[in-house]
Design a protein around this ligand. Sequence first.
Ligand code: PLP
Length: 477
Amino acid sequence: DEDVSSLELKDGDAANANYIKAPGSAQPIFFGSVEQQLRTVLANVDVDNCDANGENAFFVADLSEIYRQHLRWLRALPRIVPFYAVKCNPDPHVLRLLAALGTGFDCASNGEIQSVLDLGVSPSRIIYANPCKAASFVRNAAANNVSLTTFDNVDELHKMKRFHPSCKLVVRILTDDSKSACQLGLKFGAPLDVVPRLLAKARELDLDVVGVSFHVGSGCYDPNSFADAVARARKAFEYGREAGYVFDLLDVGGGYDHDNFETIADVLRPAIDEHFPDALFAPGGSNVEGKPHGLRIIGEPGRYYVQKSFTLACNIIAKRSEEVVEPEEAGEEGSQLTPSMMLYQNDGVYGAFNNIMFDHQHPTPRVLTLDRHFVYRKDGSDPTHLPSSPQHALRQAPCSIWGPTCDSIDLITNKARLPQELQVGDWLVYEDMGAYTICAASTFNGLQRSEVRYTVGKGSYGDEEATEGGGQGLSRW
Ligand code: PLP
């Protein structure tokens, strides 16, 4: 489609032959697997001689993973149009790809709305899904024809009446979020018994309430939360009818995970069939405008789309270690000497690893290079021998991994076991770093945010070579 056809193949030397330039972006896109991209970037980093920031941590974003997730969504939930939650990862290439795939967008602020509109997306594909908005943001939404938003309180209704009276409103109800990693109900959502009063007030103010939304909490691990939420939404629809409204929008929010998506979908579909038998089928993510009496269903997936698509490579910038004594060798006295290896890497909890604090994650490192040799393994297995000397068996040592700031809270993990042979200059890699990472990263201590390199992923040009033997290549980089 238009976005793809305007991509321009970059002429030039062999090193650049696998890249394309995307319009409006400084970062070219690589044709190849994540592993190939990691190798290619590292091949151009000389940690012993580079300029300041030359060995910075970096992400590799596999855009094909986002495309695959989209196809999965369309297969499992064909009646629900995804409105990607921009907050989760507002990366420009991610937004551009999703815009081309036809998703809508859940925006939480004026800034997010602007970045979506800047891509040429129609304002009708945006839901301003924040029940408590700044008045100036509401005015700007009105000026930009963004006219669908959520609310859960009377004051917000007055605000909408004053600054955007023609906006279509969606009442966000409170649902059970006790089975989710991040519980949003502490802050948002009207309890069902409050909904009739809210709708009466909206009616009195002559506001146009068009439907119901909920969010079962981010990182939901109990699919039944969705069934329960759909039942509550049905009740809210009835309250709408009693207040004189004809609701035609159900917003089933976010909370979907990469791993439990089909399980959730298998619960959500029958729940919708049971409670909303009039729901329209919207093939291919198209909307159902113009069909007067049907129900339109949207969702606000965030983490589901991007979680697995970003991999983060970090350089070991410092190491403190004493002689490591394994407990079994050392006996009772000696066991007190472990663990003793401390590794310091160049991204931490004030950067991309803020997901440890804000998103309850436990990122796990994998050895990407050892003794300055590339050992990344697609199957996740740890190397057992030093690549430069196959005879040398590695000693896995208990260790802690720290971020680059001067704060001692900047700890990635104190429960890792990594080869003692790791040196300053070697690289670790963390997978599943796409959700709620870069978006909340700071530059505390004067450190730069880790940049993103893009790839179209596995199965593309030149991929065979890198994935042969399970991607266990060992080469000097
Ligand atoms: N919609 C709203 C209103 C949210 O607040 C969030 C996350 O906080 C999302 C959608 C995305 O949630 P998730 O990433 O769990 O899908």
